[in-house]
Design a protein around this ligand. Structure first.
Ligand code: PMP
Length: 390
């Protein structure tokens, strides 16, 4: 096992070591986190709508826990299925205006399970270079060929689609909003290419579900783009845990029979299903959270730009500041913590080599004052570390 120590010290030297830091939440205060003895403004959470501490969600989870106990006890194909699963899936189909829906344990398992169920040897997956790791891992597991196209580059995608024209099944997969950059996929062009080449199109709405669309349906809905496989998570805007896949009745019947993470893993605890169902109601009815998030995003992006940072255009709550060098990025994050802000350093392999960054993510619960103060403190740190110049 000596090789491990060697590799770990090489990672340490390259400022690529990861350690598990402790954070705790403050009940009723979702915009903050506690590290050590300090309360920090949390600019590194995906709780975009601030639902993770919603009393109504906590209450239904508590009630269901007392009725159903702590675990489902088996997979849904055995004895873990409950009526509440079916009710949630019906509500999801209504929300997404599709024929059917299926709940998965989390987004990682949904992506890997769906891709593995749809393609195999002799098939090809066209995947954006910046897609989430679960999409890449799902493709590798499926044994289909992975054809990675340059980020959002439709000409490159077309070239690859021509190259792999004769493959049996073709699947295009993309994040709707990219998790480390906050930019959007060209969904209309992707839908067009999918028709032209007779491919299937799968979109991951992990960072856009709850945020776009009048009822939080996501970016596909907002842009009026029809996709074959629509996936999203309950761990971000919904403030809970789990994931969904929406599509045709045939797709869902296929996944129930073929998606291995669904078949070979225990069903989510009933208390979680209750919490997700309540969160789905709130995502649709508490529209003010989307409005507030949009205001917060506009204010924070313009404050950072005014402070001198290069902030890419867009309206996503994911706002990266690309620093490049791993060590400076780590020091930037450490200095922000000293200033009372939790904003973690994102380094390779999560992002491409030379593009280490601080990834800020906002929530509807952040106030204008908190965000303006934060931008001023981020500027101070930027100047101290030479990332910004006067
Ligand atoms: N897809 C994307 C785009 C993600 O960012 C994430 C999580 N960071 C996932 C899927 C996985 O979701 P989960 O955390 O529910 O496993």
């Amino acid at each position: 096992m000596n090789w491990m120590e060697k590799e770990l010290s090489a990672m340490e030297d390259a400022s690529l070591m990861r350690t598990l830091c402790l954070s705790s939440s403050i009940l009723g205060c979702p915009g903050y986190t506690v590290r050590g003895e300090r309360r920090l403004l949390n600019l590194s959470s995906n709780d975009y709508l601030g639902l993770s501490q919603h009393p109504a969600i906590i209450e239904v989870m508590r009630e269901e826990l007392l009725i159903e106990g702590s675990g489902a006890g088996a997979s849904r194909h055995v004895t873990g299925n409950r009526a509440s699963y079916g009710r949630l899936e019906e509500a999801l189909s209504g929300w997404q205006n599709c024929e059917a829906a299926l709940v998965f344990a989390n987004g990682y398992m949904a992506n890997s399970g769906v891709i593995g169920a749809l393609v195999g040897r002799g098939d090809v997956v066209f995947s954006d270079q910046l897609n989430h790791a679960s999409i890449v891992d799902g493709t590798i597991l499926s044994r289909a060929e992975l054809a990675r196209y340059r980020h959002n580059d439709m000409e490159h995608l077309r070239t690859l689609m021509n190259k792999y024209r004769d493959k049996r099944r073709k699947l295009i997969v993309t994040d709707a909003v990219f998790s480390m950059d906050g930019d959007q996929a060209p969904l209309r062009e992707l839908a067009h290419l999918k028709c032209e080449y007779g491919a299937m199109l799968m979109v991951d709405e992990a960072h856009s579900g709850g945020i776009y669309g009048d009822l939080g349906e996501g970016l596909c809905h907002e842009l009026g783009v029809d996709v074959d496989i629509h996936m999203g998570t309950f761990s971000k805007s919904f403030g809970v845990y789990g994931a969904y896949v929406c599509g045709s009745r045939t797709l869902i019947r296929w996944l129930v029979n073929k998606a291995r993470p669904l078949i070979y893993s225990t069903a989510l605890p009933p208390s979680l299903i209750a919490g997700i169902s309540k969160a789905l109601e709130l995502v649709q009815t508490e529209h003010w959270r989307r409005v507030r998030l949009r205001e917060a995003v506009t204010l924070f992006r313009s404050s950072l730009s005014a402070a001198g940072f290069d902030v890419s255009a867009g309206d996503s709550p994911i706002v990266p500041i690309i620093i490049g060098d791993n060590d400076t990025t780590l020091r930037f994050s450490g200095a922000l913590e000293e200033e009372g802000i939790a904003a973690v350093a994102i380094r390779p392999p999560t992002v491409p080599e030379g593009t280490a960054r601080i990834r800020f993510s906002l929530s509807a619960v952040h106030t204008d004052k908190e965000l303006i103060d934060a931008a001023a403190r981020i500027r101070t740190v930027g100047l101290q570390l030479g990332v910004l110049s006067l």
